[in-house]
Design a protein around this ligand. Structure first.
Ligand SMILES: [Zn+2]
Length: 268
């Protein structure tokens, strides 16, 4: 059961009303990872106190992520976009540091993401505007690059490795594993049997990395990656907690991750 005090560190607010789903599920605050039109920035008081919004994501031109944000090429564009987001009321900067888990090429990540130097520049530019960064990152290289660049959190983090976990730990970076996001992709009717099997194996491995992260002391938070409004929202949140149980985390630790972990990450 969800209840008051839970935090969702990764949703996408398609409109200001999307917050109602989270409230109904007893989720006290959400972090909006962005939509192309920045709908999350338009949530008005008093609900604005319960939403940290990235507005829209920053993506490398030609790569994954343009559905959730703006495509950029140069450092000048990156710096200008961050200033624009701050002026629009963003509470966090969302960057796409890699592609997504490929279902066509098992084990690979699709094209996309800023490189190491660009991430360093971006995190620095965000800090100059008083903002931290949340990074969509899958695969060891992107996770390590994001962590070393000083992002606040790594989102998804599929294909996590020992080296990547060590990098999160050393840099005090949160991991928001969004397990259900991949699970839901595999449930689509157009996804074939082999791809479904691959996703099952990937999730099993993901959960074993989540357990290692917990044991190592990597800070964790719960994120559903739900695109709101969505009537299934409560199920999504409960599924995420169930995944943490499946990973072998103790119940009190899961509760702490869902509440205190999220609060600390969001700064609420
Ligand atoms: Zn997302």
């Amino acid at each position: 059961m969800t209840g008051p005090g839970y935090i969702d560190a990764h949703v996408h607010l398609r409109d200001a009303e999307g917050l109602a789903d989270a409230k109904e599920a007893g989720v006290a605050a959400v972090r909006d990872a962005g939509t192309r039109d920045g709908a999350g920035l338009r949530v008005s008081a008093p609900d604005a106190t319960k939403v940290i919004s990235a507005g829209w994501a920053l993506c490398k031109r030609g790569g994954y992520g343009s559905l959730f944000g703006v495509s950029l090429d140069t450092r000048e564009q990156i710096a200008a976009e961050i200033q624009k987001l701050r002026a629009a009321g963003a509470g966090i900067i969302k960057v796409i540091a890699s592609g997504m888990v490929s279902l066509k090429r098992p084990g690979e990540v699709t094209a996309g993401g800023f490189d190491r130097e660009e991430l360093l520049f971006l995190v620095d530019a965000a800090r100059k505007n008083g903002l931290e960064v949340m990074a969509h990152a899958n695969g060891e290289a992107a996770i390590v690059n994001a962590a070393e660049a000083g992002v606040r959190s790594v989102e998804h983090g599929f294909f996590m490795t020992e080296k990547a976990l060590a990098s999160l730990h050393a840099n005090g970076v949160f991991w928001v594993p969004t397990v259900g996001a991949l699970q839901r992709v595999a449930e689509r009717p157009d996804v074939g049997y082999e791809a479904k099997r691959f996703v099952e194996r990937t999730i099993d491995e993901h959960l074993s990395q989540v357990r290692k992260a917990f044991e190592r002391g990597v800070p964790l938070a719960v994120g559903t990656d739900a695109v709101l409004q969505d009537r299934r929202y409560r199920d999504f949140y409960e599924a995420e907690l169930a995944f943490l149980r499946k990973a072998g985390l103790p119940g009190d630790a899961i509760f702490a991750i869902a509440c205190e972990g999220g609060k600390k990450l969001l700064g609420v």
